[in-house]
Design a protein around this ligand. Structure first.
Ligand code: FMN
Length: 174
């Protein structure tokens, strides 16, 4: 499968089957995140695996829409390890943590797809709730959760999946 086919096939899964994701596949997904590029190669991502029922209950209590997934990855960045650009005049104290965490998460999302594991990118939570639920160090900033698993019987792309703006609206030559 080409990357373009992979990208076209992927959609947000909101009906997971409870069947667990094999450890070998989970490791490959995590490996795709490990080798992702980061600003100055500082690798500030901190990835937490949410798999045990105790961890899953804590994750659910944050209100994140986990959709019955058997495993989720909480992607954070270490605010003490990020590349910073305090000179950027559009930001108060710019750091690349969200970008680093996002490219790590995207790499894992597409590797999952390659392995037939569906995913859901989740940001609908309060970061403070997540820090408290998992007793995270204060310097580990939650960015997103990646729900992972096999499609359930009701699996289907949501209506928003098909709604992409035409390129003329989002791309412009300077
Ligand atoms: C930054 C970001 C945050 C998102 N947060 C959530 C979320 O909290 N809950 C959810 O169900 N989907 C969430 N999504 C999934 C988007 O709603 C979804 O990607 C979009 O509607 C396009 O649909 P598709 O992924 O099926 O192509 C998020 C996606 C991104 C990139």
């Amino acid at each position: 499968m080409t990357f373009m086919e992979l990208a076209q096939n992927r959609f947000s899964e909101r009906h997971f089957d409870p069947r667990p994701v094999e450890d070998e596949k989970l490791l490959r997904i995590l490996e795709a995140g490990r080798i992702a590029p980061t600003a100055c190669n500082l690798q500030p991502q901190r990835v937490y695996v949410i798999k045990s029922s105790a961890a899953m209950e804590k994750a659910k209590a944050t209100g994140a829409s986990l959709c019955g997934c058997p495993v989720a990855l909480l992607v954070c960045y270490d605010s003490r390890a990020v590349w910073r650009n305090p000179g950027d005049r559009c930001y108060e104290d710019y750091n690349a943590g969200e970008q680093d965490a996002s490219i790590v998460a995207a790499s894992m999302m597409f590797e999952a797809e390659e392995l037939g594991v569906h995913s859901l990118w989740i940001r609908g939570f309060d970061s403070r709730d997540v820090i408290e639920a998992f007793d995270l160090p204060e310097n580990h900033v939650p960015v997103m959760m990646l729900a992972l698993g096999y499609p359930g019987e009701k699996s289907h792309p949501a209506h928003l999946h098909a709604k992409r703006k035409p390129m003329e609206e989002t791309v412009r030559e300077l």
